[in-house]
Design a protein around this ligand. Structure first.
Ligand SMILES: NC(=O)c1ccc[n+]([C@@H]2O[C@H](COP(=O)([O-])OP(=O)(O)OC[C@H]3O[C@@H](n4cnc5c(N)ncnc54)[C@H](O)[C@@H]3O)[C@@H](O)[C@H]2O)c1
Length: 497
C-alpha cells in the first residue's frame, strides 16, 4: 500500500483528521484541494466560476494522478474526487481509501461555520447537501472501508481511522510501524534472510518462494525456543554472510518472533529485524512491544532482551492455515484486550467462533490497537503495562501445572475467569462482569474452569514463583468492568482460588 486516501462527503473532517493521522504515522500530509489551487494559481470557487465543474474535475484528476510520484502520504481528497471511475481505480491501485461518513446534521453544523468555500453547496445548504448525499449514496457506499465520525473529537476519529486502516507508528523503545496488510508492504531489503518454522514453510512454500529471500527453517514448537536454536541461527547468519546492515525477517508465531528477535539483538551487537507474525497470538500480542528471548530448562523466557523490530507486518491470510486450537487460543488474548480497554471488541468476540473466523482482519486490527496503546503509554512495564497481565497470574500457573497440556490462551481464559470472580468477591467488579466474560469465552470454545483434577496448592505454589511476584504480595490485573482493569496487590492467594 502506498498512500492513505481519506474520502467522503464535504464536512466530514478529511483534512483535519488527515493531518492528525499523518502526524501519528510520521507521514507527509497532502490536501488535494490545496494542490489543485496551487497548480491553478486560484481558489476552487474561482476555478468553478470561471471554468465550470467539469474543468475543475479535470484539474482534480491530474493532481490525483501526479501523486504517483510522491512518497507514501496521507491524502485528503475533495468530496467528489473519486466520482470518475478512472480516479477511483487510481486511488484503489495506489493505496487504501478510507471513507469518512457522518449524519446530515453533523455535516450541516460543520459546513455552516465555513460559508462560501464550497461552490456546489452555495445557496440553500441543507437542500443542496441532502441532494448531493442522495446522488452520491451508492458511490460512497461502494468503498469497503469506512468509519462514522459523528460525536467524536478529531483525535478520536484519527485513531479510529488508523484502527480501520490497520496502520500505527510506535515511538516507544524505538520507532517502527505496525501494519495489518499483505506482504507487498515489505520494504526492499538488501542482504536479508527469513527465519521461519517447518509448519509455516510447508503451508506457505509458494508465498515464501515468491519473496525470493534466502530462508532458514527451524523446527516448530516451544521446546525449540532454546539456546540450541539461538546458536544454530547465529551460525546460519554468519554462513549466509549477514552483516551489520542486514535485516532478518521473523516469519512465524511467537516462538519464531521471540527467538529471531533475540538473535537479531545480539548478532554483531544488534541488527534490524522485521516481524511477520503468522499466529493470532503473535499478531495481537507477541510481535508488539519489543520483548525477545528464549527459554532455559529452568523456565520460560528467562533470557532475553528488549529489541523492537523495524516493522510489524500482520498479513491475516496466514491465519487460514492455522490449526483451530491455535486460533482459539489466540482469541483468549483478544478477549483480554477487549476487557482491558475496548468493550466493542469484547462485544464482537461475543458473536462466537464462526463469526470471528469470517472477520479476522477486524479482530486483529482492533486487538492490535489495544496492545499498541498500552505499550506506547508504558514501554518498560513501569506501571500500566501490567494491565496486560490480566488472567496471566493464575493463567501462567495453570499452564505450568498442566505441564503445558493446556495451550497458553486456554490457560489465560481460565485465569481471566478466576481473576474476575476474585474481583467480584473483593467488590471491584459486579457479578455481571464475571458472567459476561464466562459467556464470551464459552462462545469461543475456550475453557472457563480449572480442571477438577488439578491440585489447587500446586497452582498457588506456581503463582508464588511466577516472575511477576514481589516480596510480600502478587500484583493482579483485575477486571472492574468490560473496558477497565485495575492493578491490585494480593497477599492471600488461597482466597483467589
Ligand atoms: N514477546 C512477547 O511479548 C510475547 C508475548 C506473548 C507470547 N510470547 C511468546 O509467544 C510464544 C507462543 O506463540 P504462538 O502461540 O504464536 O506459538 P508458536 O509460535 O509455537 O506457533 C504455534 C504453532 O502454530 C504453528 N503455526 C504458526 N503459524 C502458522 C500458520 N500460519 N499456519 C499453520 N501453522 C502455523 C507453529 O508452527 C506452531 O506449531 C511463547 O513462546 C510465548 O512466550 C511472547
Amino acid at each position: 500500500m502506498k498512500h492513505i486516501f481519506l474520502y467522503g462527503p464535504p464536512g466530514t473532517g478529511k483534512s483535519t483528521i488527515g493531518k492528525i493521522v499523518a502526524d501519528n504515522l510520521k507521514l507527509p500530509f497532502i490536501d488535494l484541494d490545496r494542490v489543485i489551487e496551487s497548480n491553478a494559481g486560484k481558489a476552487i470557487p474561482e476555478i468553478m466560476e470561471a471554468q465550470g465543474e467539469s474543468a475543475f474535475r479535470d484539474l482534480e484528476s491530474s493532481a490525483l494522478k501526479n501523486l504517483v510520484n510522491e512518497k507514501s502520504s496521507v491524502v485528503a481528497l475533495g468530496g467528489g474526487a473519486l466520482l470518475r471511475e478512472e480516479n477511483k481505480h487510481f486511488a484503489q491501485a495506489n493505496g487504501k481509501v478510507l471513507l469518512l461518513m457522518a449524519e446530515l446534521n453533523t455535516l450541516l453544523e460543520r459546513l455552516q461555520n465555513k460559508p462560501n468555500q464550497r461552490p456546489l453547496l452555495a445557496g440553500d445548504l441543507e437542500a443542496k447537501l441532502t441532494s448531493l448525499l442522495e446522488k452520491r449514496k451508492a458511490h460512497y457506499e461502494s468503498f469497503p472501508l469506512s468509519i462514522n465520525v459523528d460525536n467524536k473529537t478529531a483525535e478520536k476519529n484519527a485513531l479510529k481511522a488508523q484502527v480501520k486502516l490497520g496502520r500505527h507508528h510506535l515511538s516507544a523503545m524505538g520507532e517502527y510501524d505496525a501494519i495489518v496488510g499483505d506482504l507487498s508492504n515489505l520494504p526492499n531489503l538488501q542482504n536479508a534472510i527469513i527465519v521461519t518454522d517447518e509448519n509455516i514453510a510447508k503451508h506457505h512454500a509458494k508465498t515464501i518462494g515468491d519473496l525470493k529471500i534466502k530462508t532458514i527453517v527451524v523446527p516448530a514448537g516451544e521446546e525449540h525456543k532454546n539456546l540450541e536454536t539461538v546458536h544454530h541461527l547465529w551460525k546460519s547468519f554468519l554462513e549466509n554472510g549477514l552483516d551489520r546492515k542486514s535485516t532478518v525477517i521473523a516469519l512465524g508465531g511467537g516462538v519464531i518472533g521471540d527467538v529471531t528477535g533475540f538473535v537479531a539483538s545480539t548478532y554483531m551487537r544488534g541488527i534490524d529485524w522485521i516481524a511477520v507474525p503468522t499466529t493470532l497470538l503473535s499478531m495481537v500480542d507477541a510481535s508488539l512491544g519489543g520483548k525477545t528471548g528464549f527459554d532455559l530448562p529452568e523456565g520460560k523466557n528467562l533470557i532475553g532482551a528488549f529489541h523492537p523490530p523495524k516493522l510489524v507486518l500482520a498479513d491475516v491470510q496466514f491465519l487460514n492455515t492455522l490449526p483451530e486450537r491455535e486460533l482459539i487460543s489466540g482469541m483468549a488474548e483478544v478477549v483480554k484486550h477487549g476487557i482491558i480497554s475496548d468493550p466493542e471488541l469484547f462485544e464482537l468476540c461475543n458473536n462466537g467462533l464462526d463469526w470471528v473466523k469470517d472477520n479476522l482482519e477486524e479482530i486483529v486490527k482492533r486487538a492490535m490497537a489495544v496492545k499498541i496503546k498500552v505499550i506506547e503509554d508504558d514501554p518498560f512495564e513501569k506501571n500500566i503495562r501490567a494491565k496486560l497481565n490480566l488472567g496471566h497470574t493464575v493463567g501462567h500457573a495453570v499452564e505450568l501445572v498442566s505441564k503445558f497440556n493446556l495451550r497458553h490462551g486456554e490457560s489465560i481464559a481460565i485465569g481471566m475467569v478466576v481473576e474476575a470472580k476474585y474481583s467480584a468477591k473483593v467488590g471491584l467488579a459486579s457479578r455481571s462482569v464475571v458472567e459476561a466474560i464466562e459467556s464470551t469465552l464459552k462462545k469461543l470454545n475456550l475453557p472457563i474452569q480449572i480442571p477438577d483434577a488439578m491440585p489447587r496448592e500446586e497452582i498457588i505454589k506456581a503463582m508464588k514463583v511466577d516472575k511477576k511476584k514481589n516480596a510480600k504480595s502478587i500484583r493482579f490485573a483485575l477486571p472492574v468492568e468490560i473496558g477497565k482493569v485495575e492493578l491490585k496487590d494480593v497477599t492471600d492467594l488461597e482466597d483467589v482460588l
